[in-house]
Design a protein around this ligand. Structure first.
Ligand code: S5P
Length: 265
């Protein structure tokens, strides 16, 4: 069933986790990854409860939660899994390989519950091996999303840097895919053409109200992002700050799924 919706992405992208994401997305008719940027555990549980059925994945920033504890976090991750969601910790690792491996452990023990993490490739390709070693240390598997572009204004990830990240990442089995900038559909389309079909591109900087956000964030339309080659829209404040997060999540699901059907048709 997922194969008919995803077209060439399904046939080219054989990684287990990518297939799992595409199947969940097809079942829920949504390409939405919620950026669950709330600062209390109660706020996170509430979001999951309200928006869960419209989501295809869940993105966390574990270090911004004021009342974090390992036990409550374990319950939260269990609730996310019960809602059939991959858990994506947006840690944006950037250190040398062996330190990144150790940073997967520590207080938050990211390796034990994350399916996906983000990393910058600024320190070189060993960071991917370090993160993969982190998951192996606890007999788990995971995938790395490399930041190839960013949505924030004035960022230093120019097209030359993007190209180098893609060249290294696209043939690395530990790389699940790339973060592309949803606020600039033309840049996203260029990214897709250099990545090819075999890796995911996930996209922050999308909102149903296009334009500038807070502190340099920029937004483009979810539909255009998907038509330009994005496989997943990462939506934060568009959902968690909406008056009715459930209705907002549903709107983003509809827009993103409709765009996938349009892209594949
Ligand atoms: O370039 C980026 C990369 C990421 S992962 N720009 C981003 O905004 N993000 C993340 O996406 C950011 O950390 C936040 O969690 C989310 C966007 O949130 P929003 O409220 O602006 O939709």
């Amino acid at each position: 069933m997922a194969s008919e919706y995803w077209g060439e992405r399904w046939s080219a992208c054989e990684q287990k986790m990518a297939r799992q994401f595409m199947e969940t997305a097809a079942r829920k008719q949504s390409l939405v990854c919620l950026a669950a940027d709330r600062r209390t555990m109660a706020g996170l549980f509430e979001l999951l409860e309200l928006a869960g059925e419209s989501l295809a994945a869940l993105k966390t920033h574990v270090d911004l939660i004021d009342d974090w504890s390992p036990a409550v976090w374990a319950d939260f991750c269990a609730a996310a899994r019960a809602a059939d969601l991959l858990i994506f910790e947006d840690r944006k690792f950037a250190d040398i390989g062996k330190i990144s491996r150790d940073q997967m452990a520590g207080v938050y023990d990211i390796r034990s519950w994350s399916d996906l993490v983000t990393a910058h490739l600024i320190s070189g390709p060993d960071i991917v091996d370090g993160l993969q070693a982190g998951w192996s240390d606890v007999d788990r598997e995971g995938g790395v999303l490399l930041l190839a572009q960013m949505s924030s204004r004035g960022n230093l990830l120019d097209s030359n840097y993007t190209k180098k990240v893609v060249d290294i990442g696209k043939n690395h089995p530990g790389v699940f895919g790339f973060i592309g900038n949803g606020s600039r559909p033309s840049e996203l389309a260029e990214l897709r053409s250099s990545v090819g079909s075999a890796k995911m591109i996930w996209t922050p900087g999308v909102n149903l109200s296009v334009g500038d956000g807070e502190m340099g964030q920029r937004y483009g339309s979810p539909r255009e992002a998907v038509l330009s080659g994005s496989d997943c829209i990462i939506v934060g404040s568009g959902i968690h700050r909406a008056e009715d997060p459930a209705a907002a999540a549903h709107e983003y699901a509809k827009a993103s799924w409709g765009a996938l059907l349009e892209r594949v048709s």
